[in-house]
Design a protein around this ligand. Structure first.
Ligand code: GLN
Length: 481
């Protein structure tokens, strides 16, 4: 096993004991990237010189001292490109650090590498990137999921010790499931969104991709907390997220929502998740049937609210302030052709849909009604959490699909997030952890288990995830690269 397959916690141990230097940790990554990234294409850019300068001066006694971490190309890192997977921001260089990056740097971490993504985080396969298609490390002919597909793929392929992504409707949990790593979406307001390029502001959260649950806790420790620069970040206390790891599950109640075990779900996913639930029982957790009755409306509500917010957020890309500018014509024509040439088809589709649902005459019928149903979805979770500590269900209804298979069928693509979207609408936290494989064409295709926790109870969510992880070997499996 190469050095680059170390977890953050293992790497930190070796750095602190001086068994390994930060520059060696970075070089191990760089050589692994050279070896496998031509196949995976998880990175769209890397600044080795900048990272090396930081590695040379790293203080390994800090919480993440000397640990390189890959960043989805939607989070601003000062001096690095921030393209959001879009032609409209090709060549744009960030001139400040997102709060998450400021906190990572203060903890000694080194942002290294920009991960590929669906354009402006819209998609479930990373095929909407304007630059390249990323591949699933378990089967290169399949997608890594999305929109943070690059972040998931580089962690699964051991081209990163850990990575960050963003999750608006599943973009951390779904690719983590399809690539076999841990993906955590924190509670809305837990992590500052300052410096995250906005897709749907009421849903977006930044979170980690890691090889272990413990690593997710370590990274959440560093990035959490109130930020005066983000008025939606909350002033809740930040516990030590590792503090409950290792506690047993006696007294823990897990809810099995009947709406998440439906026909149409891949039988191999259904079987793996049910086996995981039996494992939870044997670990001492009590399994309780719960109902989230408004689940069937989640995808519809999401594609009204998320597109409405996106249509407003993406208005700023007009050729004047950032990135690409089309030439010729008067000012109005320049706006129009910049956006026509700069945005890809999925982004345009969403801007048109979002503008439509916000237009007078349709606002009440679509946007306002979607907001009301969102309240009902949130209430479903509040009621379920009166009975259980967390909800357990599949992350994705099926394993990774073949590249190209859905690219021309947006509605089918939207259904990839059927199990992850409600968690964002409710604003609570969720995690995906590896729970098995489906065999197909001689390849092993990862399956993810999703746990949805109570708002701001990430410590307990991580405890529950960790207990399962430690009782199985799924997280140790390595892709055949
Ligand atoms: N796949 C969903 C979408 O296309 C979710 C994306 C996300 O979470 N950023 O909108």
């Amino acid at each position: 096993m190469s050095l680059s397959s170390l977890s953050v916690s293992e790497l930190r141990g070796k750095l602190r004991s001086r068994e390994l230097s930060p520059v060696e940790a970075l070089d191990a990554l760089e050589s692994r990237i050279t070896e496998v990234d031509p196949k995976i294409r998880g990175y769209i850019s890397r600044d080795y010189a900048a990272a090396r300068a930081q590695a040379e001066n790293a203080d390994v006694n800090l919480p993440l001292g000397g640990v390189p971490i890959a960043i989805k190309d939607v989070i601003n890192v000062n001096g690095e490109p921030c393209s959001c997977g879009s032609k409209i921001l090709e060549g744009y260089t960030a001139n400040y650090d997102a709060t998450v990056i400021t906190r990572l740097r203060a903890a000694g971490a080194i942002p290294f590498g920009r991960c590929n993504m669906d354009e402006f985080a819209m998609g479930s396969s990373t095929e909407n990137s304007a630059f390249t298609r990323s591949c699933n490390p378990w089967d290169l002919s399949r997608v890594p999921g999305g929109s943070s597909g690059g972040s998931a793929a580089v962690v699964a392929a051991n081209e990163a010790y850990a990575a960050f992504g963003s999750d608006t409707g599943g973009s951390i949990r779904q690719p983590a499931a399809l690539c076999s790593c841990v993906g955590l979406k924190p509670t809305y307001g837990r992590v500052s969104r300052f410096g995250l390029v906005a897709f749907a502001s009421s849903l977006d959260q930044i979170g980690p991709f890691t090889k272990t649950v413990e690593d997710a806790a370590l990274l959440l420790n560093v990035i959490s907390g109130h930020d005066p620069l983000d008025s939606t970040s909350l002033n809740e206390p930040v516990p030590d997220y590792t503090s409950l790891l290792g506690r047993d599950l006696r007294g823990i109640r897990l809810g099995m929502p009947k709406e998440y075990f439906i026909s149409g779900i891949d039988p191999r996913v259904d079987a793996a998740v049910r086996t995981a639930i039996r494992q939870y029982q044997s670990l001492g957790a009590e399994i309780v049937d719960v109902s989230l009755p408004n689940t069937e409306h989640a995808v519809g509500v999401y594609y009204i609210i998320a597109t409405a917010e996106a249509s407003a957020n993406l208005a700023r890309f007009d050729g004047v302030r950032y990135g690409y500018r089309a030439t010729g014509g008067n000012l109005l024509e320049m706006y129009g052709s910049t956006r026509a040439e700069g945005f890809g088809p999925e982004v345009k589709r969403r801007i048109i849909l979002g503008t439509y649902v916000l237009s007078s005459g349709y606002y009440d019928a679509y946007y306002l009604r979607a907001q009301k149903v969102r309240t009902l979805i949130r209430r479903d979770f509040t009621q379920a959490f009166e009975k259980v500590d967390a909800i357990v269900c599949p992350t994705s209804p099926e394993p990774a699909f073949k590249a190209g298979e859905r690219a021309d069928d947006p509605l089918r693509m939207y259904l990839a997030d059927i199990f992850t979207i409600a968690c964002n609408l409710a604003g609570t936290c969720g995690i995906s952890i590896p729970c098995g494989f489906a065999e197909e064409e001689g390849k092993k295709l990862p399956i993810g288990l999703q746990l949805i926790g109570q708002p701001f109870r990430e410590a307990q969510l991580l405890q529950i995830a960790h207990a399962y992880e430690q009782s199985t070997d799924w997280h140790k499996a390595q892709p055949p690269l």
